[in-house]
Each structure stands twice: as structure tokens, then as C-alpha cells.
Write a protein that binds this ligand. Sequence first.
Ligand SMILES: C[S@@+](CC[C@H](N)C(=O)[O-])C[C@H]1O[C@@H](n2cnc3c(N)ncnc32)[C@H](O)[C@@H]1O
Length: 311
Amino acid sequence: MEKPDNTENKTFETGKKKKGSSTTAENVAFVRALESLKPEGERVCYDPYAVRFLSQQYLMFMEMAARDPSRTPFPGVHNSLSARVRYFDDFVKRSIDEGLHQLVILGAGFDTRAYRIEGLRGNVRVFEVDHPGTQSVKMEKIKDIFGSLPDHVEYVSVDFETEDFGQRLIEYGYERSQKTVFIMEGLIYYLPPKAVEEMLSFIAKNSGIGSAIIFDYVHESSIDRTDGICGVQCKACDQNEIKNATKDMAKQGEPYKFGIKEGMLESFLARQGFSHVCNVTSEDYKKAYFHEVNENRPVCCLSYFAHAVVK
Ligand SMILES: C[S@@+](CC[C@H](N)C(=O)[O-])C[C@H]1O[C@@H](n2cnc3c(N)ncnc32)[C@H](O)[C@@H]1O
């Protein structure tokens, strides 16, 4: 099948104008790279490729924080993001063992699971879906790292706010009858509610038996829609730092837009066509991943992970 053109380096046309690749995608790669410098047994997640996605400025921050951990930016957020990467990795590994056919990574940014999780290549078709501005940078980096783009990954460029992502996925060979996991990591709070609902509705209506979603979210009360900043207290995070960081992200074109009402996760997902909902709080992932030398690492209580199965 002839593939649609994926090379055009468009910019975000929605919300505030943003040129080039996503800053938040680089922020998460920075967290993975920094955490990966820790010794095995201490690090919560491991991504040997993340460092390759960092610009000079981020590399400098990484070296500073590696030399002096007290200079890790937003420690609570850093730890929560590291736990998120680990939790989602573990979920994908379990899904592979249970007979996964397709993995769709929505808002993939600089996600490297397709290249580092054993059992994907050769068994599972991976679709990385992101805005063209970020995706073209990602594809160049992948070619730099591995010499070419791997056969088991399809790169689908879409703006979730203005394009029909389901249609694009199908154009790239997504099979609606196959068991699929959809990852939405660090994504849904950047989308308007309508785009989130359309995304979930496509998944619920167009995926095989046993298909699942996994994502992270914040409560609606954390979002201040006037300028997209986070307005709720977290004991682990310096409130001014969080406000300034989210305000900066909003200015750069990536404001928070969507949250789920507290206590309403299950009914929200049931309405969209999902069952077996699992909600993971910061206490849950702290208990699962932060032991011994990591016991005192703070986590940000604003972020939750969730997964569910298509009904
Ligand atoms: C915080 S990053 C997360 C990246 C990756 N999932 C990770 O966890 O490392 C958010 C990603 O969502 C993508 N994104 C945000 N809004 C989008 C939109 N309207 N259309 C397509 N992609 C979008 C950005 O390009 C970026 O790669």
C-alpha cells in the first residue's frame, strides 16, 4: 500500500502557534535520560536512547543534575514521570506476553518503546502517532541512532485537534479487528475535551477483542482554563515552580486543556465504551517503585495513571 506523505514539517496550527517539535516531548526525554544515568537497582526506569533526543541546553541541565541531584528540576514531577514510564513499560510487556498484535502510541513524542522493549520487533506492529513537527524530528533522530527506520514501526503524522486520526491510522495499515494497546502518555491534558472524546470513541469502536488503553491524567480541578496553568497544591512540588513551568508551556503552545472530574474516571470511561477500569494514584506508584534508597523520593500527587479494556 502506498503510504501518505509524512515528511512535511508543519507547525501547530491550533491553540497558540508553536513551531517545530514539542518542548514537552523533550522534557519527558530529559527525565528518562537523567533517570537512566542512575545505577541498575536504583533507577526507576531505563531508556538508553533518551539522551539522543536532547538539545545542548538539556544536556547541560542533565550533567548538572547528575553531578548534584539536588539540582534535579521539579523533583516530584521527575519522580512521577519516571514511575509513569516504568508503569507503562510494564503494562506493554505484560500485553506482549498476553498476545498483543498492535501497539498504537498516540502523542508518541520521543517515546522509544518500539526500539527498546523486547518482543515488539517481529511480533507487534507499532504505530507512532504525533504532530508532524515533532514526528519529523523524531524520525531523523531514529535514523541517526539506528541507521534507518525499523520495519515494524509506522510513523503517522496527525494533528489530533484538526484531523481524523482514526482515518490516518487506517491509511497506514492499522487493523481494526486486532488486539491492540493504545498508549496516551503525557497527552490527553494537552487536548481539548472534544478531541479526547473522539479519540476514545474511535478506539472503543475500532479495535479487536481484549484491546486496552493506558494513559495518565489530572483532575479537572487542577486545570485553570484561563491560562492553562495548574492551580492545585501538591505537597511534593514547589507551587510557584509548577505554576511558572505550566505557564511557560502554555506560552510555548502546550497549555493544559483537559482534566477528568475527581471520582468520575470509571463513569467517564464507561460512557466512552470501556470497562475494567484501573486507577493508579501517586501513593500506589510510590509504593510499587520507590523502595530502599528511593524511599524518600517525593512524587507529585497531581498525576494519575489509568488503564481500561474496550467493552
Ligand atoms: C508531553 S509530550 C509526551 C510525549 C511522549 N508520549 C512521552 O511520554 O515521552 C506530548 C506529546 O503530544 C503531542 N501532541 C500534543 N498535542 C497534539 C496534537 N494536537 N496533535 C498531535 N500531537 C500532539 C506532542 O507533539 C508531544 O509529542
